[in-house]
Design a protein around this ligand. Structure first.
Ligand SMILES: C[S@@+](CC[C@H](N)C(=O)[O-])C[C@H]1O[C@@H](n2cnc3c(N)ncnc32)[C@H](O)[C@@H]1O
Length: 271
């Protein structure tokens, strides 16, 4: 617990930690957000590259897909796996995704407490699309320990996380690359319209040496996301017991540091 750690503006982080996890869970349950995740189906470039790289691990294996949402990754992993389980802490996703994929086991469950699974159950655990970033630092460490526990020896954990070294970290769209097009203008107007949400959440932001939790433009400036640099993320994973940690950029290329990707993908192994 970080009871005596303070954020950049001097407030105690412990109280803010609890609020971050609660605020984000409510947003993921919001009808328009549920609908958004139910309608996306395509893998990112990095996911496609890494699923291909991991195909010997994934094929005929036991898979846990955490934060399964609308089942974007279920579509790709279910046909390959021997035994696929998806979990999400928002009941609407678990119910609807279970109906969409009747051959998959889809449960309502929380990464911070995977008590329904025995130690060393899964060959491959996935927490995709920066899902791990919507819980607080304490909760993140709990979730990582749980994932390590349920992973078999020789198993692989794959996830993505927001990159604190990103060149446009904590910048508004108009502080980034400027284009002259109608779509750019409309996008900036959309952001300006929802900016009051950003200022409401600003008081929950945390900036420490190891990580930051900030509000960005996602879902109309309504979430608080964890951002971490690759070196700190590798240390966080190895401190928990993971080994052979590799980081990847948005194209699925191996990187040791990266300023050009908004988020990085990671593979972490249990030996
Ligand atoms: C960014 S969405 C990604 C959804 C889906 N995996 C995809 O790639 O389209 C993150 C998902 O993680 C879920 N989630 C966040 N924290 C969670 C937790 N602690 N346990 C289980 N699910 C969680 C959210 O409800 C949401 O469905």
């Amino acid at each position: 617990m970080h009871r005596d750690i303070r954020s950049a503006n001097g407030r105690k982080i412990y109280n803010m930690e609890i609020q971050i996890s609660q605020i984000n869970k409510l947003i993921y349950a919001r009808a328009d957000v549920v609908k958004y995740y139910q309608n996306i189906e395509v893998l990112t470039k990095a996911e496609a590259v890494l699923f291909e790289k991991l195909s010997p691990t994934i094929k005929d294996s036991k898979i846990l897909d955490i934060g399964v949402g609308g089942g974007r990754t279920t579509k790709y992993l279910l046909p390959l796996s021997r035994d696929y389980t998806g979990v999400d802490y928002v009941r609407q996703y678990a119910e609807e995704t279970g109906k969409k994929y009747p051959n998959a086991k889809i449960l309502c469950g929380d990464a911070r407490d995977l008590k329904e699974f025995e130690d060393e159950t899964f060959d491959f655990v996935l927490f995709s699309f920066n899902g791990l970033d919507c819980i607080s630092n304490d909760d993140r460490l709990k979730a990582l320990k749980e994932i390590f526990r349920v992973l078999k020896k020789g198993g692989v954990f794959m996830f993505s996380s927001h990159n604190r070294d990103y060149q446009y970290f904590n910048k508004f769209p108009w502080q980034q690359k400027i284009h002259f097009s109608l779509s750019y203008l409309l996008f900036n107007l959309h952001c300006l319209y929802y900016l009051p949400n950003h200022f409401k959440l600003k008081k929950h932001e945390i900036h420490t040496e190891d990580y930051a939790v900030t509000n960005d433009g996602d879902h109309r400036y309504s979430l608080l996301f964890y951002y971490i640099s690759i070196d700190k993320q590798v240390k966080q994973l190895t401190d928990i017991g993971f080994s052979g940690v590799e980081a990847f950029d948005m194209n699925g290329e191996t990187v040791e540091s990266d300023i050009s990707s908004l988020s990085n993908h990671y593979l972490a192994r249990k030996n």
